[in-house]
Design a protein around this ligand. Structure first.
Ligand code: UDP
Ligand code: MG
Length: 308
């Protein structure tokens, strides 16, 4: 009998969890041929999430949990869940029912009958999301797919069912700066994509602000492309050429017309312009350096306070 592990990262989800559990109970009743374990990862919630999880554990021995010492982020939660999982197949799922558990059966059947290692989901639209957020999300996916060799699918959710083999490959990527959407693509394996319309969360509020998404997208670019580093070199060459041409022009001008003192405003503009570009390029370098710095510290991705 196959065992399926469901990993659910939870951060302040006391309101959503009861709904999720009811849904999971229903879905798993319809899959009597498989054994299940539900691994709730409590990512340092400040509400009663942990006691809700413990309450579920009291009534259902398929429930397990890992509870962090503080909030480490969803990526750390996913990693902890993958490490704790013991199933032959492992699914990742949000706590807010935006990932419909009812798809699990179809996903499992696909892995069993077809030659795939993973069934992943993507949403067709971004209904219920601020227009400006959708716009920037679109730009981000276009940009990152242009500058990274790893394919990062637009609209992909983290909701997916994977074989043990693929899960082990992901666990082997123990990097500190985790960008799962890239990691899933990087490890390869055959992935089948299924689409569904965006579903709004059942209760509670989203944990992502526009700013946190912006920084997350930079994380993704830095983690899966070194192309931005070339920008600095390209600017360097461009400005060497421009400077050389300008020197030639100035020498010619001085020889032909002499050199009256003027051009102060234009000089200031150029200084600001070049100074800005230098800072921009230094910033890019700094981003990579800081990631390397964090990576070389070899800190644990998460710290467990209790688990069961
Ligand atoms: N989450 C988490 N740690 C965090 C932020 C979020 O474990 O620091 C979990 C959250 O509880 C939920 C999932 O990640 O199960 C997705 O979060 P959310 O629904 O807020 O994101 P959205 O669907 O709005 O992108
Ligand atoms: Mg959500």
């Amino acid at each position: 009998m196959d065992k399926i592990s469901l990993i659910i990262p939870c951060y302040n989800e006391e309101q959503a969890l009861p709904f999720l559990y009811e849904e999971l109970k229903k879905v798993t009743e319809g899959m009597s041929g498989q054994e299940f374990e539900f691994i709730f990862v409590n990512d340092g919630s400040k509400d009663k999430t942990l006691s809700v999880i413990k309450g579920l554990k009291d009534v259902d021995n398929r429930v397990r949990y890992v509870s962090f010492s503080r909030n480490f982020g969803k990526e750390a939660g996913i990693y902890a869940g993958l490490e704790a999982s013991t199933g032959d197949y492992v699914a990742l799922m949000d706590a807010d029912l935006q990932d419909p558990p009812s798809l699990l059966k179809e996903m499992y059947d696909t892995l069993k009958t077809e030659d795939y290692d993973c069934v992943a989901t993507r949403r067709l639209d971004r209904k219920g999301e601020p227009a400006i957020r959708s716009f920037f999300a679109k730009q981000f996916y276009q940009l990152i797919n242009k500058i990274s060799d790893t394919e990062i699918v637009d609209g992909a959710r983290d909701f997916r069912l994977m074989s043990r083999q693929m899960v082990n490959a992901i666990i082997d990527l123990s990097e500190y700066n985790r960008f799962s959407k890239g990691i899933f693509g990087w490890v390869g394996f055959n992935t089948k994509w299924i689409s569904y319309e965006n579903i709004e969360r059942v209760a509670g509020a989203t944990k992502w602000s526009f700013l946190s998404l912006f920084f997350y997208s930079i994380e993704g670019i830095i983690a899966f492309s070194t192309r931005p580093l070339y920008i600095a070199s390209a600017f360097g060459i461009l400005f060497c050429v421009i400077a050389f041409l300008m020197i030639c022009v100035i020498i010619m001008k001085t020889l032909i017309w002499g050199d009256p003192v003027d051009g102060y405003p234009s000089t200031i503009c150029i200084i600001f312009f070049i100074g800005g570009i230098q800072l921009f390029c230094l910033g890019i370098l700094g981003q990579y350096l800081s990631k390397t710095y964090l990576e070389t510290k070899r800190r644990p991705i998460y710290i467990v306070k209790e688990k069961a």
